[in-house]
Design a protein around this ligand. Structure first.
Ligand code: 5GP
Length: 220
């Protein structure tokens, strides 16, 4: 039986899950937990020109690039999507990063803003699933942002000032979760992922499987 499940997985069509929400909603922690618990979903490491925060590792959290390196990749058309003015920095998704996972049937998880989510949804409407995370209150969001010792007061203020602009896009997303409790939110994200995986269009190996079932039934 396991054999059949493995076979079906090998030929399934990978999906792209985009997680977005205002800064400080806990997107990073949610993504980390989902990835730690599911070996079949991989994180798309974005490129950015912002400096690493304490504890962030190059190539794991982001590909941290200089403006020159980023420009070079733009010239090479190496990005699926990018935003060039987020809090004074640039962020983008590298094609090679995503394709390396989708080509082997793995799902991909993105921590991406609504501009990028919209671009990705337009490019691949059937393969992109978007999830919006809301904070339980603005006070909580402020507390979480101020708890990030590595961001300057200026950056924190910029992020809070952009709250209303960011939150105004929540209706563009397929799913919405209020992140009251990390464990519960992670569980909800996992349910979305497993539901999406079961969609008929993603299980491209099913036709052969059903054909086989029918053939077997003919020998009865
Ligand atoms: P942070 O600096 O807090 O890590 O991220 C700032 C914002 O940039 C977040 O809203 C995050 O989702 C977004 N972001 C990170 N990587 C990408 C990316 O590759 N593309 C786009 N469009 N946004 C990104």
């Amino acid at each position: 039986m396991d054999n059949i499940i493995d076979k079906l997985r090998q030929v399934r069509r990978g999906a792209m899950f985009i997680i977005e929400g205002p800064s400080g909603t806990g997107k990073g922690a949610i993504c980390k937990e989902v990835l730690a618990q599911d070996p079949h979903i991989k994180f798309s490491v974005s490129a950015t020109t912002r400096a690493p925060r304490e504890g962030e590792v190059d190539g794991v959290d982001y590909h941290f690039l200089s403006d020159e390196e980023y420009d070079k990749l733009v010239a090479e058309d190496a990005f699926y999507e990018r935003v060039d003015s987020q809090y004074g920095h640039r962020y983008g998704t590298l094609r090679r990063e995503v394709d390396s996972f989708l080509n082997v049937g793995e799902d991909v998880l993105f921590d991406m803003d609504w501009v990028g989510a919209r671009q990705m949804k337009e490019k691949a409407p059937d393969d992109v699933v978007t999830i919006y995370i809301l904070p339980p209150s603005f006070a909580e969001l402020r507390r979480r942002l101020e708890g990030r010792a590595t961001d300057s007061a200026e950056v924190i203020n910029k992020r809070m000032a952009q709250f209303r602009d960011k939150v105004s896009h929540w209706k563009e997303f397929d799913y919405v979760i209020v992140n009251v409790n990390l464990d519960e939110t992670v569980c909800k994200v996992q349910k979305i992922i497993s539901g999406e995986r079961m969609k008929r269009v993603r299980q491209v190996g099913l036709q052969a499987f059903v054909d086989e079932l029918v053939k077997e039934s003919e020998h009865e």
